[in-house]
Design a protein around this ligand. Structure first.
Ligand SMILES: [Zn+2]
Ligand SMILES: [Zn+2]
Length: 365
């Protein structure tokens, strides 16, 4: 079938919206009509080739849509089902079996290989094959073919226009808090970075009953917005030493902290902002080879725990419905992070996200 798709052709270069050919879904795949898809930092860094993903490719990995065809080997889905698409994983390796599919031994191949395991690519045009299956989905297209195991069915009344980011950015922040940090009610949490991941982490900490919610950033408007979303304290780290400020707000430091930046200096600050037996998590992507200085002597004496968490260590089929339920109850208002763009304005969405004027762009078709 024909579909419009946004094709990444080179670093720092606008995506090209083209009419391309989409092949038939394989027996283990669902054909999905994309209703809306988030734009994530990872789409931008892959377009810019931080990791060596072959071009041209259709990116996009926060898709939500409607099943339009069901592969012959797929069970549990029907045409017309509403779905959110999560990352791909093999389901068979040690980490998948242990309930940690975001650490799948085959994660890189399945999500960044941008082809099927048989080497085929779902998209093509008269210039040749175009990479598909980015994060198992390549959702910057009106129609796409997706391995069924990464797809999460949601209820018929679920608001598809906002749900796509639950498959990556929102899941990354909220999952790190709900699955890894697990803040106790009444505890103190600091979040470094007020992007969509950081705000989601803060909202999840609030939903968990944490009562001191400290947001750290260098952009004053973002810090103001964090307050509107429920932050109890904000720190502009351009003006104030965040470690000192956190230790004053939460006597001796916070119980939990999240670094969404992946910036070495910020990671070091996070380790110093924790109270005795505190637990910090890094979720921000850093280039391979990035090192950060930390004081392992002090951290040892204080029993500091540090986790490095990919995609919220989520099982998407478990976490995404929980986040939808929390949202429906008003306890996780992640929709406030979203600005909607039409698909044609995808490059504007990338620019606004990079510039920080939009926390979470969502493209609608
Ligand atoms: Zn696996
Ligand atoms: Zn992402």
């Amino acid at each position: 079938m024909k579909t419009r798709a946004a094709v990444a052709v080179g670093p720092e270069t606008d995506l090209e919206i083209r009419e391309v050919h989409l092949d038939e879904p394989r027996p283990d795949e669902l054909g999905i009509t994309i209703v809306a898809t988030g734009v994530c930092h990872t789409d931008a860094i892959i377009r810019d080739q931080w990791y060596p993903v072959p071009l041209p490719v259709v990116l996009g990995h926060e898709g939500a849509g409607i099943v339009n065809s069901v592969g012959s080997a797929v069970e549990g889905f029907s045409e017309g089902d509403k779905v959110v698409i999560g990352p791909a994983f093999c389901g068979e390796c040690e980490q998948c079996i242990a309930g940690h599919p975001m650490y799948c031994a085959n994660f890189y191949d399945r999500n960044f290989g941008v082809q099927r395991r048989d080497g085929s690519k779902a998209f093509s045009d008269d210039q040749g094959a175009i990479g598909s299956h980015f994060f198992g989905q390549s959702s910057f297209a009106e129609f796409t073919n997706v391995p069924a195991h990464g797809v999460v069915k949601v209820s018929d009344d679920a608001p598809l226009d906002i749900l796509g980011p639950l498959g990556c950015g929102i899941m990354t922040g909220a999952g790190a808090v709900l699955n890894v940090l697990k803040p106790k009610p009444g505890s103190a949490v600091a979040v470094f970075g007020t992007g969509a991941v950081g705000m989601s982490g803060m909202l999840a900490a609030k939903a968990s009953g944490a009562t001191t919610l400290i947001m750290v950033d260098i952009v004053e408007e973002r810090l103001q917005f964090a307050k509107e979303l429920g932050a109890t304290h904000t720190i502009n780290s351009k003006e104030t030493d965040p470690v000192e400020a956190i230790k004053q707000i939460a006597a001796g430091g916070v119980n939990y902290a999240l670094d969404t930046t992946g910036v070495p200096a910020v990671f070091s600050q996070m380790t110093k902002s924790l109270a005795t037996m505190g637990h910090g998590a890094l979720v921000g992507a850093a280039k391979l080879g990035t090192e950060a200085p930390v004081d392992i002597g002090t951290m040892l004496l204080n029993g500091i725990h540090i986790s490095l968490v990919i995609e919220g260590d989520a099982v998407p089929k478990e976490l995404i419905p929980r986040l939808i339920s929390l949202h429906a109850e008003g306890a996780f208002p992640f929709d406030k992070l979203i600005n909607t763009y039409s698909f044609e304005d995808i490059n504007q969405a990338f620019a606004d996200s990079a510039h920080g004027s939009t926390l979470k762009p969502v493209l609608t078709f």
